[in-house]
Design a protein around this ligand. Structure first.
Ligand code: PLP
Length: 361
């Protein structure tokens, strides 16, 4: 396969062995004479695929037995609504930490269903830091505390788990789940759209502590009610079967890589060498405070931003694509999730060097 290096923020680069396996298995899965695409979700073959994915996710993240794992549709964006609908309960109020565009979207959606306290924000610092949480004040009516573990657009990542002072902690881990160790016990709920670190678009993982189930508002759409989904093992209606299968293959690949400890070590190395290069160069800038830089999404700028267009064009010719920053912020961004090979980062650094050499004044 002649593959290019794809730095897309999502959907993003897949592990190559998974693509090869999926392509081998596409027309005829395990000599059953049919494709996963054609299987009924109620049949034993698909149920086995689904259960294996859940078991592997539980193993990788060491998810305790008193947590349910749901495989849902609608992306993380749907969870922006499902979380308040299921968790606000009679308390009616939620606390959110504001660190950038994705937390902002979560806040705007939650405001439709209840009171939202933005208890900490780094807006004044243009989202280049994680706000100071030492004096966090949570009203006694607060049902949960929400934060965005990694701001995919801004490139800002929590290097720690915030203290939730006894209330359920909820995180949007869409863009860094399985990229680093995570103590699930600290959380009431974790959600993640799959298309960054887990696999294909179209499937969303929700990990929820059992005692939080059964409190959804009466008007909650059935499909968004976690307790109903849990009761039906995420098969209340037809689930995204092929995405679920691919997610399972990605989890198997991750286990073969040595699990989270091994992938985290590789992710640290990949991110470090890229930031080190950017910091050492007078030609490129990383806007984020080094303490809170994302290991998954590396936004950067050219000191002379007039070169940006040429940069994108020349990068594409060199086989490096999707280095544009998000359309809302501009600049440049390299997404280097779990499946991004270290060779891609090396190729990017070599390109940065040569581009600088050719365009430096
Ligand atoms: C991509 C992303 C989302 C949105 O995911 P969809 O699946 O498109 O709804 C939400 N939060 C974060 C942190 C993301 O990276």
């Amino acid at each position: 396969m002649a593959r290019i290096y794809n730095f897309s923020a999502g959907p993003s680069t897949f592990p190559e062995p998974v693509l090869e396996q999926a392509s081998r298995e596409l027309p005829d899965w395990h000599a059953k004479g049919l494709s996963v695409l054609e299987m009924t979700h109620r049949g034993q073959d698909f149920v086995a695929i689904a259960q294996k994915a859940e078991a592997d996710l539980r193993e990788l993240l060491q998810i305790p037995v008193h947590y349910k794992v749901l495989f849902l549709q609608g992306g993380a964006t749907t969870q922006f609504a499902a979380v308040p609908l299921n968790l606000l309960g009679s308390r009616g109020k939620a606390a959110y930490i504001h660190t950038g565009i994705w937390s902002e979207k979560a806040i705007r959606e939650a405001e439709k269903y209840g009171e939202v306290d933005v208890v900490a924000s780094s807006e004044a610092e243009n989202f280049t830091v994680i706000p100071d949480l030492s004096g966090l004040k949570l009203d006694e009516r607060t049902a949960y505390l929400h934060y965005t573990a990694n701001e995919t657009i801004g490139g800002l990542e929590f290097p720690f788990i915030p203290e939730a002072h006894g209330i359920p902690l909820v995180t949007d881990a869409s863009s860094n789940i399985l990229s680093r160790a995570l103590d699930v016990n600290r959380f009431g709920l974790i959600y993640a759209g799959a298309q960054k670190n887990l696999g294909p678009a179209g499937i969303t993982v929700v990990i929820v502590r059992e005692d939080l189930l059964g409190k959804a508002r009466p008007e909650t759409p059935t499909i968004l009610d976690y307790s109903i989904q849990a009761k039906h093992e995420s098969m209340l209606n037809t689930p995204p079967t092929y995405s679920w299968y691919l997610l399972g293959l990605v989890l198997e690949w991750l286990k073969q890589q040595g699990g989270i400890a091994a992938i985290e070590a590789r992710n640290i190395r990949k991110a470090q060498k890229l930031y080190d290069f950017i910091d050492a160069s007078p030609f490129y800038i990383s806007p984020i405070d080094p303490r809170y830089r994302s290991r998954m999404n590396v936004p950067f700028r050219l000191v002379n931003s007039t070169f940006e267009k040429t940069f994108i064009e020349e990068a594409r010719s060199a086989g490096l694509i999707n280095l544009e920053g998000h359309r809302s912020v501009g600049g440049l961004r390299a997404s280097i999730y779990n499946a991004q090979p270290e060779a891609a980062v090396d190729a990017l650094i070599a390109f940065l060097k040569s581009f600088e050499g050719r365009h430096v004044a």
